[in-house]
Ligand binder design. Sequence first.
Ligand code: SAH
Length: 372
Amino acid sequence: MREARLHLQDHSIESLRACFSAQGIEPWRAEQVAGWLYGRGIADPSQWTDLPAALRERFTADWQWHALEWDGIQRSRDGTVKGRLRARDNALVESVLIPEGDRTTLCISTQVGCPLACSFCATGALGFTRNLTVAEIIDQVCRMREQLLPGQRLTNVVYMGMGEPLLNLPAVLDSARLLLHPKAFALGPRKVTVSTAGVVPKIAALLASVPVNLAVSLHAATDAVRDELVPLNRRFPLATLMDALRSLETVTPRRPIFFEYTLIDGVNDSPEDSRAVARLVRGLPSKLNLIPMNAHEDSRYRAPSDAVLTRFAGDLVRQGLTVTVRRPRGADIDAACGQLAARRAGGRPRSEPEASEVHLVEGAPTPAALLP
Ligand code: SAH
């Protein structure tokens, strides 16, 4: 493959129009191309039958569509699929497909590693390598869609994989616009969620630019505990974060903020913690999603007992909060929240390899080292 070809997926539809114009291609072809590539999921221009043959040939010769190649794939017993994808510089990117009833949610990454170093997160332990490009964010969707089973349809996308989306805002915005665009992935605005650890100065810009759901990783209701768990809190403490959230005009009961709260044994799971959480979010249209800590080898933190989880959730409900508990999905393949830490095969001993069902999928070569 020739390098330095134009990468189709690096463009929003608007910038693709401009790019096509500059090359003497009719700008409206941008929508047509998006329809094939994203709408129908056909990446081979020779099959774009409503384009003139000469243009099809030109696209094949001059443009590239895939930013990511398969590096490995794992299927959990519960149907969750973790894809490991390789960028051109060999950086590894992980995405997770989570089927749940009629819904299939894809969790995508925005950075290689993450600079925020949250103390309970496996991605944080990797350190930061670089931002992903728009093409690398969008190609996770194209690639993972290849893994849908017959009858499954991608219904939701969450920016909750590796990295901090708001530290890669321009690429996140362009990719989200493609997810929402009726000619591209055509997802409804309530079907796309961007999660942040609390990069306060970027939150309003995100919501002013794209009508996505906002999720905020709260994890603690006091600065002392949050400083430990989410070091970014030292820059943007809780009062600053909550003021910023309260001043968002887009937040309404129909469009609440989704708080994530990773519950960690002995750290943030006491009755005082639940009272502090309730005080903190009172009056703000929100839903709180409790995530029992998913243990991994880079952290000493553990999930609390089910009894503590139930008590904590019950306390919050009694104080008027809307609470959900996120069941760990794909834990047997390290695909649950906070377990994404793409490393070269063999770089990390797997805790329970016998629990996972790992198998080859057509077109997705799995390195032998991934197999149990
Ligand atoms: N950087 C963004 C996107 C990551 S989203 C953010 O912080 O929101 C992933 C979610 O999983 C975040 O809420 C994160 O705090 C949480 N998480 C990370 N590690 C976890 C772990 N080991 N167990 C449970 N949740 C975890």
